[in-house]
Design a binder for this molecule. Structure first.
Ligand code: GCW
Length: 685
């Protein structure tokens, strides 16, 4: 029976008729053999482990495998020891992770040698920017999995529960063990009865998969939903209110993870509203969570309107507090000093805060990288971050080592990724965006994995032939070129959007297309692109050198001096740190202006090549996914053209130089692009 059915699948696959809607992600159904699982533990987590083995087994037919919970000093936290006949772990969830690792190795045909696998970070969390009305801030894949305005929130439907289970399983398969269920721009209603009931319902489903739930809280909740006069963290009434709230939460959800807090940032309330500090706010919450083992993830994403250089602010505001936070507070720091731009240097807070737990926050959702339209594999960007050397404790003090406990003895280590998933059938809007969810989990588990390896795994699992092992033909003609495409894709996006250290020259609000011109009167300067590019007849770029804002000083030597000198500053960050004349000589021998033009042209050309690569692999991909990706690439190519034309024609007004004659001429008219953008921002006017 099974064979006949598989035969049919084979025919469909070969004819390209087999439709894949992307819902199964990297956990697609496969042909399996039988396996005998020896396991004495009857917990829900181990029941899942056994079931996963039985439904995903690709090893020797009829083989036997033992699942063993037994302490071993070499195994840390939820790590595990794997061999082809046994999985051993300290914890139940460790066993489940071992099962997923084994199945992945079987499917990707990687060796299974006896080896211990330990996670790099204890907490590996998704941050959902989901609002209670079901919308998602910076979400490009439909509405929220968790919330919605027309739902009876306290009584989830079976369909919702089923989806949460799939969500939990998917996350567990890549080691994610935390979910912050709502937007950091939080609603105070999160802490009210009906909503907490739903948090409980979600937690109950996520629990067997080893995932803890956390919530984002609004700092002014004591006033907003508690009826208190203020939310001053040093007011005993306020602390008491939080204490009672926390007791109520833990009665409902005994393994609740803790709070994520965005305070005094972009208009959110916080301790500074009462003349208090981040320490006062974070420690008050930490104290009430402490007896239950809960933590506070306190974000360092802060910037006031009055500073000369936004890039310096988080560091200036947080460094004086190093060593003052409780040990269950973790400062959550975005990868770069500004805001998830296509390329930023790492945030100088990494490694600099030596007596405080610090965790990186990366953005999986592509707010600044083409939403769910552009194919951009973000693993290379995160790898760049994790491997950046801070030099804080000598050479080799990478961001990874400064945050994962290798260098500083943090009580908790963690990493967060702003989720890119929603109710779209394929979860992420764009099929390739699934690779970013996957990559985040894999890097959170092992921050030394390479993007190449992760792409390799993901492609095999997601696009590999379900009915037969990966053939040599498939590897050579699908895997190799598509992997190459993925590995280049982030650099391509940097090239056609913001090469050479340009940043934040997006059109307002949506952060999708170009808008280097956008600067209406009366708006705060650091919300407008000209603040960041500083283009004038004299040159372009933000002067953060010692003669400028001196942001370079926030980096440890030798970086401070390296960034300070345009000759030693990496060219891909040149305009981040320097304001330079248009005729500045680049390493290529070109002038800065010509180099800018060439970089945009390169980006454009790369996307053109991606289209060709994709068309060439048509016969290896099911029709549905092939067409979807093809359509998105077409869109991306048009967008890259717009970026190229808008930026070159706009900056040309300052540089007053020709676009090098070897390059293709722009196809769009600048005035028209500006007008289109104006209409988008002010529809009907
Ligand atoms: O990147 C910016 C986004 C905001 C977001 C903010 C943050 C949740 O544009 O939408 O708000 O960062 O990280 O808090």
């Amino acid at each position: 029976m099974k064979r006949t059915f598989l035969g049919l699948i084979l025919v469909l696959v070969t004819c390209g008729l087999w439709a894949e809607d992307g819902h199964s992600l990297w956990l697609r159904k496969k042909e399996t053999g039988t396996v005998n699982v020896v396991c004495s533990d009857k917990s829900p987590t181990l029941a899942i482990a056994v079931q996963e083995l039985k439904q995903g087994w690709q090893g020797i037919d009829g083989a036997s495998i033992t699942l063993k919970i037994k302490k071993d000093k070499a195994i840390r936290n939820d790590g595990f020891k794997l061999s082809s006949t046994e999985i051993q772990a300290n914890t139940r969830i460790g066993i489940l992770y071992g099962v997923y690792e084994l199945l992945r190795r079987q499917q990707t045909e990687e060796a299974i040698e006896e080896k211990v696998y330990n996670p790099s970070y204890q907490i590996r969390a998704l941050n959902h920017w989901d609002n209670l009305d079901g919308t998602i801030e910076r979400g490009y894949a439909g509405y929220s999995l968790f919330w919605g305005k027309d739902k009876n929130l306290s009584v989830p439907t079976d369909a919702e529960k089923q989806l949460w289970k799939e969500y939990a399983r998917t996350n567990a398969s890549i080691g994610i063990n935390g979910a912050v269920l709502n937007n950091v721009n939080a609603s105070a209603d999160m802490l009210t009865g009906g909503i907490l009931q739903r948090v409980k319902a979600i937690a109950d489903i996520l629990r067997p998969y080893g995932i803890k739930v956390y919530i984002s809280i609004k700092f002014s909740s004591p006033v907003a939903v508690g009826g208190l006069k203020n939310s001053d963290p040093l007011n005993p009434e306020v602390a008491k209110w939080w204490k009672e709230k926390v007791i109520e939460i833990y009665k409902t959800i005994p393994d609740f993870g803790g709070f994520l807090v965005k305070a005094n940032s972009e208009g959110q309330p916080g301790p500074q509203d009462y003349g208090r500090t981040h320490v006062d706010g974070a420690n008050m919450l930490a104290d009430v969570l402490k007896p239950f083992g809960g933590i506070v993830m306190w974000r360092a994403f802060v910037y006031a309107s009055n500073d000369k250089d936004r890039a310096k602010q988080a560091y200036n505001e947080f460094m004086p507090f190093d060593g003052k936070f409780r040990d269950n507070v973790i400062i959550q720091v975005k990868n770069g000093p500004i805001d998830f731009q296509p390329r930023e240097p790492f945030s100088p807070l990494f490694g600099a805060m030596k007596k405080t737990s610090v965790m990186p926050e990366v953005q999986i959702t592509q707010e600044y990288l083409g939403h769910s339209i552009h194919l951009v594999y973000l693993s290379t960007m995160w790898e760049e971050l994790l491997n950046s050397d801070t030099y804080q404790q000598g050479k080799g003090s990478t961001v990874a080592r400064c945050t994962d406990g290798s260098i500083y003895p943090q009580k908790y280590t963690a990493i967060a990724g702003v989720s890119n998933i929603g109710l779209d059938r394929n979860w992420c809007g764009l099929d390739f965006a699934q690779s970013n969810w996957y990559a985040f989990g894999r890097l959170a588990w092992d921050n030394q994995l390479t993007s190449e390896q992760i792409a390799d795994e993901w492609l095999k699992l997601t696009f590999g032939n379900v009915a037969s092992p990966q053939s040599a033909d498939w590897k050579q003609n699908f895997l190799v070129p598509v992997k190459q495409l993925m590995l280049e894709s982030r650099e391509a996006a940097v090239n056609y959007m913001m090469p050479l250290g340009f940043h934040h020259i997006f059109s307002a609000d949506e952060h999708y297309g170009p808008g280097p011109w956008w600067a209406p009167k009366g708006i705060r300067a650091d919300w407008t692109p000209p603040y960041y590019h500083q283009a004038s007849a004299n040159g372009v770029g933000f002067d953060r050198a010692r003669t400028g804002s001196d942001a370079v000083e926030q980096y440890h030597e030798p970086l401070a001096s390296k960034f300070n000198d345009p000759k030693t500053c990496p060219e891909n960050l040149l305009l981040w740190f320097h304001h330079l004349p248009w005729d500045y000589q680049m390493k290529s021998g070109r002038t800065l202006w010509d180099e800018i033009c060439y970089q945009y042209a390169t980006g454009l050309e790369q996307v053109g090549e991606f289209q060709k690569t994709w068309d060439k692999v048509e016969k290896y991909v099911d029709v549905d996914r092939f067409i979807r990706v093809q359509g998105k690439l077409r869109h991306q190519r048009r967008d890259a053209q717009i970026w190229n034309d808008a930026c070159l024609l706009y900056f040309q007004k300052f540089s007053k130089r020709p676009i090098p004659y070897q390059l293709d001429r722009p196809q769009n008219d600048l005035d028209q692009l500006i007008e289109n953008d104006r209409r988008r921002l002010h529809p009907g006017k």
